[in-house]
Design a protein around this ligand. Structure first.
Ligand SMILES: Cc1cc2nc3c(=O)[nH]c(=O)nc-3n(C[C@H](O)[C@H](O)[C@H](O)COP(=O)(O)OP(=O)(O)OC[C@H]3O[C@@H](n4cnc5c(N)ncnc54)[C@H](O)[C@@H]3O)c2cc1C
Ligand code: FES
Length: 277
């Protein structure tokens, strides 16, 4: 009886152990978590992470949805909750609730060219998406990966990115805004590495995730190249509170980002005010 009542509390976080903390860049860490109850997700959905005594915040898991017992969350330090997350150590206990929202509709991407296009910490949800796409790569016509970071030191998941760069079945390019002495790759904004793709613009899918300014100009560049509005998928990080379509904090026009998103195709939201804020 008691546990039945507890299960009805949709805000109840699951007790979760911190298994490891990896520093990805000066401002970004990946926390490996093991929830004490099953918490599975579809790539693109999000969870609410509670740091006891501090508060909670929404994050998109960066690990593969096929991994059921642990979950990685990659977090940039920006304020109260994320600063405390950066202080977590192996063995600490946090809370997780979710998953919430609607993720990437992978079945709709079948037999099409798929571009995964990100900047900065936007690679966190895209890492999860890449794991899911690479697991069934034969379902897609061709997979493109384009990623930009401010400097070489800001590139996250360096080992994984190096591994992807060597795959023959992935069309891979990365860039930095500003090089250092050791960087031999492309220098320029992430929008400058999109021109060499040979895709069917009627059907090609683009999945975009990054800081608002990158999402905005990245989307405009894709439209200029000829990608169709309904084939551009954006992960919208609106301010959230309940995560459940109840408080109205995350409204985008007539939608709630937490319930109807966070993934939206551009045609659905393009006419609403201030979507890039
Ligand atoms: C669906 C979703 C998925 C997300 N996934 C990730 C992720 O995988 N990794 C990651 O690092 N971050 C992610 N974020 C952003 C993350 O939720 C915020 O950075 C976090 O809530 C900040 O909390 P804080 O208490 O540390 O900062 P606060 O002290 O609340 O604020 C610090 C600064 O960050 C800004 N801010 C606060 N909340 C948000 C927000 N939700 N979106 C944008 N700016 C905000 C504030 O305006 C302020 O300038 C995601 C957000 C959403 C909505
Ligand atoms: S976060 Fe409460 S309605 Fe979306």
């Amino acid at each position: 009886m008691c546990s039945g009542n507890r299960d009805k509390n949709i805000y109840r976080p699951i007790e979760t152990e911190v298994l490891d903390v990896v520093t990805e860049s000066p401002a970004i860490k990946t926390v490996k978590l093991r929830p004490r109850e099953e918490l599975t997700f579809q790539t693109g959905q999000f969870i609410e992470l509670t740091v006891p005594g501090v508060g909670e915040a929404p994050f998109t898991p960066s690990s593969s949805p096929a991994v059921k017992d642990t979950m990685d969350v990659t977090i940039m330090k920006v304020g109260k909750v994320t600063e405390k997350v950066h202080e977590l150590k192996k063995g600490d206990i946090v809370g997780l609730r979710g998953p919430y929202g609607v993720g990437y509709p992978l079945d709709e991407y079948k037999d099409k060219e798929v571009l995964v296009f990100g900047g900065g910490v936007g690679l966190a949800p895209l890492r999860s998406l890449m794991f899911a796409l690479l697991d069934r790569i034969d379902d897609f016509k061709k997979l493109y990966f384009r990623y930009g970071a401010k400097t070489p030191g800001d590139i996250i998941y360096k080992d994984l990115v190096r591994e992807w760069s060597q795959r023959k079945d992935l069309d891979f390019r990365i860039t930095v805004d500003k090089a250092d002495e050791e960087w031999t790759g492309h220098v320029g904004l992430v929008t400058t590495i999109l021109d060499d793709m040979d895709v069917d613009l009627e059907t090609a899918i683009a999945v975009v995730c990054g800081p608002p300014i990158m999402m905005k100009f990245g989307t405009f560049k894709l439209l200029e190249l000829g990608f169709k509005e309904h084939n551009i998928y954006l992960s919208m990080e609106k301010n959230m509170s309940c995560g459940l379509g109840k408080c109205g904090h995350c409204r985008i026009g007539t939608y709630y980002a937490c319930k109807d998103g966070p993934v939206f195709s551009y045609d659905k939201i393009k006419d609403f005010h201030d979507i890039w804020q």
